[in-house]
Design a protein around this ligand. Structure first.
Ligand code: SF4
Length: 289
């Protein structure tokens, strides 16, 4: 499927889906490993194709203040626009990049089919989750009107690294019944850079999703030696409160994964960070304790 948010630069293409703005040469993929220059056209072979489908409690996303107590149809595909060394879902977010060069054997799920599958299970919520959902932004824009028409609300569980243009397009197709859980992985530009991300982009997207009336909750995975400073956490929670002290914050516990082998986060540190955040925010939740 031909991607959106790109332009030609000779034989190469410049992708504008996320903050990275990759210059992708013919026969290569961008940093996400998903979007591919096929003879001067940027394609995204996994659009509408999902390798992980499950029904989860909505609290697992985590979303605690949106349709609490409900189950949510959950879809995950491949690739990520960031590159966290401790990614818990790296098997789908960062597999061997050669898999992207061929069209996947998995069939595309058409919008009517997706709405039908969700309704048949008696559900009215769907999450794009497990890997970075904005890599499915074209598909989400296509299915959103069909899902809304069927009375289904949408949640995105995202790293918030999409470009301003892609965020604007997503916000045009989402509505006030929809939700996003956006990661805030650190509050230092240097740490974000180590994770292949960009703090200012994430802050801008948290602000624009909230301003658009989307239900927003935030997640901060606390990783020892990466983002566990009390001072930084305090500054982060102050900034969140400047948008709204009602924005829920989920503080979650890291366990060793992928290429990061520090011991798991201590419970004492998580409790300390939660009490710092509670000075500024009304809804602070601890996860994976
Ligand atoms: S989505 Fe981001 S990482 Fe992927 S090709 Fe586009 S700019 Fe690069």
């Amino acid at each position: 499927m031909i991607a959106r948010w790109w332009r030609k630069c000779g034989d190469s293409v410049s992708c504008g889906l996320c903050f990275r703005g990759c210059h992708v040469r013919p026969g290569e993929t961008g940093r996400c490993g998903v979007r591919f220059n096929d003879g001067g056209t940027l394609i995204s072979p996994w659009l509408g194709r999902f390798c992980a489908i499950a029904v989860d409690p909505v609290e697992k996303k985590p979303l605690f203040h949106w349709n609490a107590g409900s189950f949510i149809y959950s879809l995950g595909s491949v690739g990520c626009t960031m590159d966290c060394p401790f990614c818990q879902n790296h098997r789908i977010a960062r597999p061997n990049e050669n898999v992207y060069r061929e069209f996947p054997a998995l069939p595309e799920i058409y919008p009517d089919e997706l709405a039908h599958d969700i309704k048949q299970l008696g559900l009215s919520l769907v999450a794009f989750t497990y890997n970075e959902p904005t890599l499915q932004a074209e598909y989400i824009c296509e299915v959103a009107p069909v899902l809304h028409e069927a009375g289904i609300s949408i949640a995105l569980v995202t790293n918030g690294a999409m470009s301003h243009d892609a965020a604007r397009s997503l916000l045009e197709c989402l509505n006030e019944n929809d939700a996003a859980n956006i990661d805030i992985k650190a509050f230092s530009p240097e740490t974000y850079q180590k994770l292949g991300g960009n703090l200012e982009t994430v802050k801008g997207n948290i602000e624009s999703f909230t301003a658009a009336g989307i239900h927003v909750e935030l997640t901060s995975l606390v990783v020892p030696g990466m983002n566990d400073s009390i001072e930084e956490f305090s500054a982060m929670s102050e900034w969140v409160a400047s948008i709204s002290p009602e924005l829920p914050l989920h503080i979650t516990r890291y366990f060793p994964a992928r290429n990061y082998h520090e011991p798991s986060t201590s419970k004492e540190l998580l409790y300390a960070l939660a009490s710092v955040a509670r000075k500024n925010l009304r809804h602070v939740h601890l996860g994976n304790i």
